[in-house]
Design a protein around this ligand. Structure first.
Ligand SMILES: Cc1ncc(COP(=O)(O)O)c(C=O)c1O
Length: 410
């Protein structure tokens, strides 16, 4: 038994035996979290640059979020959308107050994929068209609709047929997008910064040009800010970096700091095309999720977390460049705010597992990319610790590269 009186071997055994085998696991039994740190069953400390896949924006167990959840749990835990609720009303007012201009109606659900499902249905209903355009490298979730607009074939192929015609455009290539944008297209779905693809930032003019193509052809623009939104890139919405306003905005992950939530936000004109019963969810708009959501928005604003993500993100990126770019095994370092990544010329599996063994939690994006999505409250000392561990592990990979006959091609 470790510090927290948890039998971690049993936890691992039970999850491995009983859970569906769909997650590639890091061998850490997480028990407790605060700010940008996690502790395992032995009480070992980890700097968390994973934050539950980008969820713990305001840090783990922020006291204001905990307080809001506890207060709401003592009042009311469930209230179906067919009744009214004070926590929900407060939350949606706050949410539209931070949403891009003109987006003033909300559908609430429980995850990112569900936020996308709603967006796809709304787009078909509003336009009366059936086809979608999505981006190569794009990731939008794994339910049937969200999966249909997700790029990776190995995710899609075993589950076909999906939801009908989806055209994939090379991310960043506006001419190709224009050629695909015929008048049967309901919507273009795009991440302003691609997350799962490895923090891919589009060319500067791209999103504005996508907006123009959509306007010319009467196509709706669905912007997926599920990973890059809510201050992560240094602005409330990543699309603000390029001055683009979507028709439909999808938000989830950190919106309620870890309580499941999804939100699809659109103008009244578009949202009101849905009629009663056409799209509902038992848990959507749950009072605890809404209370946590209100507290999250308050903390994002009161602690200036957009500015903080921008500042500490620049420091983090610069440190990675200073300490890692001298190694030949490192191909590229990218990032916007606290959405960071670097590519290696070798698979990153040993770096990800080695980081965990050294008290650092990181993510991978595909076989050769390390991704860092720390809480926006991460401190400079924690960033320094992360970079020092990464440098140590990258140096080991550098040695492997020297002895390897066939490194991964450029
Ligand atoms: C950009 C983006 N969209 C959608 C999703 C799907 O969200 P969820 O896993 O909550 O269904 C994710 C999840 O990683 C994401 O990063």
């Amino acid at each position: 038994m470790g510090k927290y009186d948890v039998d971690q071997h049993r936890v691992v055994d039970v999850e491995n035996r009983i859970l569906a085998p769909t997650y590639s696991k890091i061998p850490v039994v997480a028990i407790r979290g605060r700010g940008a740190k996690i502790w395992d069953a032995d009480g070992r400390e980890y700097v968390d640059c994973m934050s539950g896949y980008g969820v713990a924006l305001v840090g783990h167990c922020h006291p204001k979020i905990v307080e809001a959840i506890v207060r709401q749990a003592e009042k009311l835990i469930v209230c179906h959308g067919s009744m009214y609720n004070d926590a929900r009303a407060e939350f949606i007012e706050k949410l539209v107050s931070i949403a891009p201009r003109g987006l003033d109606k909300v559908f609430l659900s429980n995850s990112g994929a569900e936020a996308i499902e709603a967006a796809l249905k709304i787009a078909r209903k509003y336009t009366g068209r059936k086809v979608f355009i999505s981006m190569m490298g794009g990731y939008h979730g794994k339910t049937m609709g969200a999966l249909s607009v997700t790029w990776r074939e190995d995710y899609r192929r075993p589950f076909e047929p999906l939801i009908g015609e989806v055209r994939f455009a090379p991310y960043g290539d506006i001419d190709k997008l224009r050629s695909l944008a015929t008048n049967d297209v309901a919507a273009v779905v795009v991440e302003p910064v691609q997350g799962e693809a490895g923090v891919k930032i589009p060319p500067d003019s791209y999103l504005r040009e996508v907006r123009e193509v959509c306007d010319e052809k009467g196509i709706l623009l669905i912007v997926d800010e599920i990973q890059c939104g809510l201050c992560r890139t240094g602005k409330m919405w990543a699309s603000q970096h390029w001055g683009v306003i979507p028709d439909i905005l999808c938000v989830a992950k950190g919106l309620a700091s870890g309580i499941p939530i999804g939100a699809t936000i659109a103008s009244k004109d578009i949202m009101d095309k849905l009629s009663i019963g056409e799209h509902t969810s038992t848990f959507g708009g749950n009072p605890i999720a809404c209370a946590a959501g209100s507290a999250t928005i308050d903390v994002l604003i009161s602690e200036n977390l957009a500015e903080r993500a921008s500042e500490i993100g620049s420091i983090f990126k610069r440190m990675l460049q200073d300490r890692l770019s001298k190694y030949r095994v490192v191909r590229e370092i990218r990032g916007l705010g606290l959405m960071l990544a670097f590519d290696l010329r070798l698979p990153v599996k040993d770096v990800v597992l080695g980081a965990a063994a050294n008290g650092l939690l990181i993510l991978y994006s595909g076989r050769t990319t390390v991704r860092l999505l720390p809480p926006l409250v991460i401190g400079r000392d924690e960033v320094e610790y992360a970079v020092s561990i990464l440098e140590k592990l990258v140096a080991v990979e550098e040695e492997k590269l020297k002895t390897r006959v066939h490194p991964i091609k450029e």
